[in-house]
Design a protein around this ligand. Structure first.
Ligand code: AMP
Ligand code: TRP
Length: 360
């Protein structure tokens, strides 16, 4: 049987600087982070605050793998001429936001075929009843379930394979991914149980908390900001210029009341809550602090301040993204190196998984 090569231990920060509770991890599982973003459209502020900001932070504390999940993207129709460009664009966004490819392993999912191999094994571990409960599949297909691809249905199984292929223990994502992470844990537990492999796969934890875990649409405070919303006015894209950002914020839906003095006053005011939440996430101030400054003011005062802050924070990222995207060969080279490193980590874990299943 192939032995697992132990992953090098990452130096741990002193306890007071450690943001995560690592004490309940089985000793065998070295803390390791995995996350991914689909190259299926322009990245927006929700992706930035819900995922990328956490990616950057975590790379200083743990071994991290950040993937552009192009295999997931093709579960819905993609223009083949655009897919490669969008894959590079997501990688450029990672780097522009501050992910350092010398620290974190950054790669395209399709360049590591082990993801698909493990996903097949997990397709035989996950139960139909589990997948039937996935709300994202229902949201994406609506009444058109019959016409959805089979891949879209087993999408969360491939996601479990992404994470467990590296025995990752922590997964930074937005709130919409909570259910997929629960399924990942169920798959890990069932594999461990069925193949007498107690503790072989860790039960990974979703890292969701944070001010940007659920960024809402600018047009409807009860719908999340999403790449697939037909209205571009509903989101701030990472490649939007300053004028577009200002215009979208100006047109963002609000209510006529002035801003309250305390966070409780935002209840039942989803649009106001979202905009204040965005200001708080981007400035690093608490919601209470932001409200203290703007209490009693209308949106006519608050919106320009929010737009200015967005431009201040996003413009340097947009510029770096554009610079990086002007050299696609360089991005391809970084991704290829990342894929090589990822395969080295994946190979022994997949080999041991296959041996446990009983493959020769
Ligand atoms: P996706 O765009 O669906 O590939 O999502 C990529 C990452 O961004 C995932 O971690 C999502 O949970 C996160 N994300 C997507 N939309 C939002 C949002 N509106 N608010 C916060 N996080 C989000
Ligand atoms: N499903 C995730 C999303 O839409 C993307 C994803 C695929 C992912 N594989 C993953 C996220 C593994 C975290 C870990 O956002």
């Amino acid at each position: 049987m192939v032995r697992l090569t132990p992953t090098p231990q990452v130096p741990l920060l002193p306890p007071h600087q450690r943001p995560l509770d690592m004490t309940d991890l089985p000793i065998a599982h070295v803390p390791r982070v995995f996350s991914g973003v689909q190259p299926s459209g322009a990245l927006h502020l929700g992706n930035y605050l819900g995922a990328l900001v956490k990616f950057v932070d975590l790379q200083h504390r743990m071994e991290c793998l950040y993937c552009v999940v192009d295999l997931h993207a093709i579960t819905q129709p993609q223009d083949p001429r655009l897919l490669a460009a969008q894959t590079r664009e997501i990688a450029a966004a990672y780097f522009a936001a501050g992910v350092d490819p010398e620290r974190a392993i950054v790669f395209a999912q399709s360049a590591v075929p082990e993801h698909v191999e493990l996903a097949w094994i997990f397709n035989c571990v996950a139960r139909l009843g589990w997948l039937d409960r996935m709300t994202q599949f229902k949201e994406k297909t609506g009444k058109n379930k019959e016409r959805a691809s089979v891949g879209l249905y087993t999408y969360p199984v491939l996601q479990a394979a992404d994470i467990l292929l590296y025995r990752a223990t922590h997964v930074p994502v937005g709130e919409d991914q909570k259910q997929h992470l629960e399924l990942t844990r169920d798959i890990a537990a069932k594999f461990n149980h069925d193949f007498g492999a107690d503790g072989f796969f860790p039960l990974p934890e979703a890292l969701i908390e944070g001010p940007g875990a659920r960024v809402m649409s600018l047009r409807d405070g009860r719908a999340k900001m999403s790449k697939s919303d037909p209205s571009d006015q509903s989101r701030i894209n990472l490649l939007d210029d300053a004028d577009t950002i200002a215009q979208k914020v100006r047109r963002a839906r609000t209510d006529p009341a002035p801003l309250p003095e305390a966070p409780e006053g935002l209840a039942e005011r989803p649009e106001a809550e979202n905009l204040i939440g965005l200001y708080s996430a981007l400035s690093g101030e608490s919601v209470a602090q932001v409200l203290k400054r703007f209490a009693g003011q209308g949106f006519g005062v608050f919106k320009p301040a929010l737009a200015d802050l967005m431009v201040e924070k996003l413009a340097p990222i947009t510029k770096r993204m554009r610079d990086l995207m002007s050299d696609p060969a360089e991005i391809d080279c970084i991704l290829a190196k990342g894929a090589e490193r990822a395969r080295e980590l994946a190979a022994p874990i997949l080999a041991e998984t296959k041996a446990r299943v009983g493959f020769l």
